[in-house]
Design a protein around this ligand. Structure first.
Ligand SMILES: [Mg+2]
Length: 230
């Protein structure tokens, strides 16, 4: 295994695959099945609640199972909706496995880096869901390893998550390693704390945070290879 190549941990959701599209699609089906109209406003409110709950997981306040149910329980409580959050959550997770859409430039990036960089997926998703999405998108062929937090028993941004990734990689050299992703709180904070070079994929032009500063910020995935020296 050549060790002089850059090694890149790539986040999956909203870095390689368009999770926002997948989320809205699966939610719309799940909501309609129980008689709820998936208005843009309802989907947006769910999205906000969901992000806030994953941030609580990143901070170690909630477990994964709590997040999966609480995001629906909070939405339903807020809207006075009488439906089981557990049932809807399970149906949504199942629907999420179907279909995929790439972030613009992601396939080109993977093809461009293939063979020139060591690529790994670093994702906080659920193993069953992420396995299905990765297979559906045909992503395995690009990656030397796939690290899903549920399977590792630790989540980004914890140093334990990254320690377990490093331990599983032959000839791991932290000086050559990067973390690239769209989330400041999980990808950039985690990568920075683990001693990696960090690149924030800020496709939506979100505001920076003074406490989590990436080494690099890009708006387009095509900007990444030159940063890696490729
Ligand atoms: Mg992401």
């Amino acid at each position: 295994m050549p060790v002089n190549k850059p090694l890149v941990f790539l986040d999956l959701d909203d870095t390689i695959l368009d999770f926002t599209w997948a989320e809205r699609r699966a939610l719309s089906i799940a909501f309609r099945e129980v008689g709820l109209e998936p208005t843009p406003e309802l989907l947006e409110r769910y999205h906000e609640i969901n992000i806030s709950q994953w941030e609580l997981l990143e901070e170690g306040v909630l477990t994964r199972d709590q997040v999966l149910v609480r995001r629906f329980a909070l939405l339903f409580a807020e809207r006075g909706i009488c439906h089981s959050a557990e049932q809807l959550g399970e149906r949504y997770e199942f629907l999420l496995r179907d279909g995929h859409r790439f972030i613009p430039g992601a396939e080109e990036l993977l093809r461009s880096l293939q063979g020139r960089a060591r690529l790994f997926i670093a994702s906080n998703g659920c193993a069953a869901v992420q396995d299905a999405r990765i297979a559906s998108a045909g992503l395995e062929k690009y990656f030397e390893g796939i690290f899903i937090s549920e399977r590792l028993g630790a989540d980004k941004p914890s140093s334990e998550y990254f320690r377990r990734c490093f331990a599983a990689i032959p000839d791991f050299d932290p000086a050559m390693a990067w973390m690239v992703g769209d989330s400041l709180t999980s990808d950039i904070r985690g990568g920075r704390d683990a001693g990696l070079h960090t690149c924030w994929f800020n496709v939506r032009g979100r505001p920076p945070r003074a406490d989590i500063v990436p080494d690099y910020e890009i708006r387009d995935l095509a900007e990444l290879p030159p940063l890696l020296g490729l």
